[in-house]
Write a protein that binds this ligand. Sequence first.
Ligand SMILES: Cc1cc2nc3c(=O)[nH]c(=O)nc-3n(C[C@H](O)[C@H](O)[C@H](O)COP(=O)(O)OP(=O)(O)OC[C@H]3O[C@@H](n4cnc5c(N)ncnc54)[C@H](O)[C@@H]3O)c2cc1C
Ligand code: FES
Length: 309
Amino acid sequence: MTAGAARGVGERVTAPFGRRLCEVTRNVASGGYRIFSTLDPSGPEPAAGQFYMLAADSGWGGDQGRPYLARAFSVADAERQGSGVRLDFLVQAVGPGTSRLAALAPGEDLWIHGPLGRPFAAPSDLAPGAPGAILVGGGIGVTPLALWRRRLLRAGIPARVLLGFRDRPNSGGLDLFDCSEIRLASEDGLHPVGGHKHRRRTYRGYVTDLLAVLLEGDEAGSGAVYACGPPAMLEAVRVMCADRGVACELALEAPMACGFGACFGCAIPQTPKNGRHKNRGRTYIRLCVDGPVVRGDEIETALVPGSGH
Ligand SMILES: Cc1cc2nc3c(=O)[nH]c(=O)nc-3n(C[C@H](O)[C@H](O)[C@H](O)COP(=O)(O)OP(=O)(O)OC[C@H]3O[C@@H](n4cnc5c(N)ncnc54)[C@H](O)[C@@H]3O)c2cc1C
Ligand code: FES
């Protein structure tokens, strides 16, 4: 971290050893997604962009076998409560693991392991003198940006927020952004569920169209770009920022079996100059420890096999 960065913003937090059993305290609808919360009695406060491996204590595995492994989840919000930390997660049910987690009732037990991975870095660490941040989220990828916006706000760093969704059923999480200055995009032109506060501002098209407009104007040099969303959106952001010389960080996804660097299931190719694990001339990073947040210039493509849903 450079001297210019706000202290505490963007610093990796190390997970305690092993997984912890926590009680679910809340589960509410958020548009087409759900937000569930738990109280981590002994864990540290995570940094924005970090994730947890989650598994329900009951209804996990069993006779059917699936879901078996814990699933990776970005933390959407985190707040110290007494000696513990309240953790909020945003979930889109797409398969057996996410469906079980989306159905967790208050009082049920949840296994958590984290916080894991590399968080977002402060704007001044990405581009010296960058006064602010532009946050670009797509679909369920809005999750880590909600916590990042709060942390930037807490550090007095201005942030613009652009969020895009496919259609109304595939939208949500807007209640995690308690501000009215979000710019919204949706492919069907309808305002996202829960987006009534922002109805007049919903643009029909891709969220990257909104970013292009920002970067064409005076905003190009006004900060670093942070993005999380489907692979095609992340790739568009990466290319757009590279073409314009704008610093960016992308929160990527890959299928993750362990979440802490042991299985190499999340390895992706890296631009050669930055590589850490060499294999026949190609270089690789493990997204669970070297990511999930990576700088745009660290990777050749954001189109990670097996990611996105
Ligand atoms: C670092 C990280 C943070 C994540 N944060 C969130 C979050 O905040 N909220 C949320 O709802 N989901 C999040 N995910 C995605 C979530 O972990 C996967 O969707 C999950 O593994 C699906 O499990 P399943 O059993 O429900 O479905 P599976 O049966 O595992 O898969 C169902 C569908 O999801 C796709 N899929 C499987 N694994 C992944 C993956 N890792 N990434 C993308 N698509 C996948 C499959 O191609 C398939 O179409 C995150 C993933 C990572 C790696
Ligand atoms: S998920 Fe096992 S090494 Fe990354």
